[in-house]
Design a binder for this molecule. Structure first.
Ligand SMILES: Cc1cc2nc3c(=O)[nH]c(=O)nc-3n(C[C@H](O)[C@H](O)[C@H](O)COP(=O)(O)O)c2cc1C
Length: 194
């Protein structure tokens, strides 16, 4: 196991390990957002990119999470890999990814997923399953020929990590907690009681 002073490098190593041991979706992560008044909400998303800049996921900007992030651009992420008995927490402000980055990821998605991004009014009331399937079929006809453009309401957010916690299970619940605080271009590490 790498013991590095760079939590992003350790996260990447842990994620690669989880990819070999988790039965599904090693990149699944709980994303917490909040209203400007501080009322929290949480849901799962899939991590689609990580580097020194931060942690990227994609979504509908008009969804509940999209609305909350527009008004209060701060988020927290919590990964948990049961097979590794490890968890990672990330906190920080968010920014939208570039148009080019969003276009490139959108283009890599399956055709029906691209149509789904058009058809789903994510987080708003759905009158029937049929209405959703009809919308997917209608967009399928509209974009039967040529490329499917990325909807303006669909893009990615990057969580810019200010605090990253690497948590490892240890016997008798005496777990290891290493917290990294962003300081300039580097990190300051401290350990916490479990
Ligand atoms: C494992 C898993 C992965 C998911 N990945 C995403 C994702 O990457 N993007 C997304 O918008 N929703 C994803 N969802 C659906 C969300 O959890 C959620 O239902 C949806 O985004 C609406 O959330 P909101 O109403 O809080 O905006 C995923 C759900 C699960 C269970």
């Amino acid at each position: 196991m790498p013991t590095t002073d760079d939590p992003i490098a350790t996260f990447e190593a842990w994620l690669a390990e989880a990819a070999t041991s988790e039965p599904s979706d090693p990149n699944a992560v709980c994303l917490a957002t909040a209203t400007p008044e501080g009322l929290p909400s949480a849901r799962m998303v899939l991590l689609k990119g990580v580097d020194e800049r931060g942690f990227v996921f994609y979504t509908n900007l008009e969804s509940r999470k999209g609305g909350e992030l527009a008004r209060n651009p701060h988020a927290a992420l919590c990964f948990h890999w049961k097979t590794l008995a490890r968890s990672v927490r990330v906190e920080g402000p968010v920014e939208l990814v570039s148009e080019e980055e969003a276009d490139s990821y959108y283009a890599s998605r399956a055709r029906t997923s691209r149509l789904g991004a058009w058809a789903s009014k994510q987080s708003r009331p759905l009158e029937s399953r049929f209405a959703l399937e009809k919308a997917v079929a209608e967009y399928g006809l509209r974009y039967a020929i040529g490329e499917i453009p990325r909807p303006a309401h669909w893009s990615g957010f990057r969580v810019l990590p200010k605090r990253v916690e690497l948590w490892r299970d240890m016997p008798f619940r005496l777990h290891e907690r290493r917290v990294f605080h962003r300081e300039g271009k580097g990190w300051r590490m401290e350990t916490l009681y479990p």
